[in-house]
Design a protein around this ligand. Structure first.
Ligand SMILES: Nc1ncnc2c1ncn2[C@@H]1O[C@H](COP(=O)(O)OP(=O)(O)OP(=O)(O)O)[C@@H](O)[C@H]1O
Length: 260
């Protein structure tokens, strides 16, 4: 495979409004990207293009080397895991943690539901171990904290062994400790040999882990900057991005932002 994501000159319009403009973005295997942008900058719209839920109005999209227009998008989605806040409401309060994780095997549209096998549960428990939520087995969804739920949903996203995992603001609503625990579990995940390519969408600069080799900055539906995280997340570039003087300091290979 050459490109995990390859968007060329992509624009997306809705109701006479151009929401994404001239997006050129390539993600190679072995890279992990952070995508940053203010509210309404187009992050979710961009993920909708990557998953084929929205179609470029202009331009070309190839995902996992499959060109849109020549591929069965439902088939392609089986190789893409997607975790977003809208998933949270999909589960019943009484569902067991491991059932939620196992359901990831059947999550892709096009896969008909089958009864899970013992080996499906073995796999689910292994992933839960990896995501540090194995101890939640047997617990119902309603008894899990927000941070625990996010770990379960990521574990669920991994259940179909995706090649690409999209994490859309996975830390939203988490306190500092829960956030750091989740980030640390994601770090561990990336270290595995069979880790999928991760696209991590966030509003918070300090969540850019050393493992996120590259960063994309989105502003008003266009790419403001993209490239190696250390270069993109520099004081000068971020001051221009936020239209105000900010200062970036790197601690333990993570960037921390303050107003100057
Ligand atoms: N289907 C649609 N029809 C019309 N406008 C849309 C549609 N989807 C998104 N938009 C608009 O496009 C812009 C970008 O929205 P998007 O949700 O992609 O931004 P975002 O960066 O994910 O925002 P946030 O950080 O607040 O989640 C917003 O102004 C939004 O109102």
């Amino acid at each position: 495979m050459t490109h995990v994501i390859d968007l060329q000159d992509v624009s997306w319009r809705r109701q006479q409004k151009t929401i994404l403009t001239d997006i050129n973005w390539s993600v190679e295997k072995g890279e992990h990207w952070a995508v940053l942008g203010l509210n309404g900058s187009g992050k979710t719209s961009l993920l909708n293009i990557v998953t084929g839920y929205s179609w470029p109005t202009v331009g070309h999209a190839r995902i996992l080397d499959k060109p849109f227009g020549q591929v069965d998008i439902r088939e392609l989605r089986k190789s893409i895991g997607w975790v977003s806040s809208s998933l949270q409401e999909r589960f019943k309060a009484s569902e067991r943690a491991e059932d939620i994780v196992v359901s990831g095997k059947f999550a892709s549209i096009g896969l008909s539901y089958e009864a899970p096998t013992p080996s499906d549960f073995d796999k689910a428990f292994h992933i839960m171990e990896q995501m540090r939520c194995r101890h939640l087995a047997g617990r119902t969804y309603q008894t899990c904290s927000q941070g625990e739920r996010q770990k379960l949903l990521i574990a669920r996203g991994l259940m179909a062994s995706p090649e690409l995992l999209l994490l859309d603001e996975p830390t939203s609503g988490l306190d500092f400790i829960a956030r750091e625990e989740l980030l640390s579990a994601i770090q561990e995940l990336i270290k595995q040999d069979d880790a999928p390519t991760i696209i991590f969408v966030t509003h918070h600069i300090e969540e850019v882990l050393p493992e996120f080799s590259h960063t994309l900055l989105l502003k008003d539906g266009t790419i403001f900057a993209k490239g190696v995280s250390q270069d993109v997340l520099a004081t000068g570039s971020l001051s221009r991005f936020f239209d105000r003087p900010v200062h970036v300091e790197w601690h333990h290979e993570r960037p921390w932002l303050s107003l100057r």
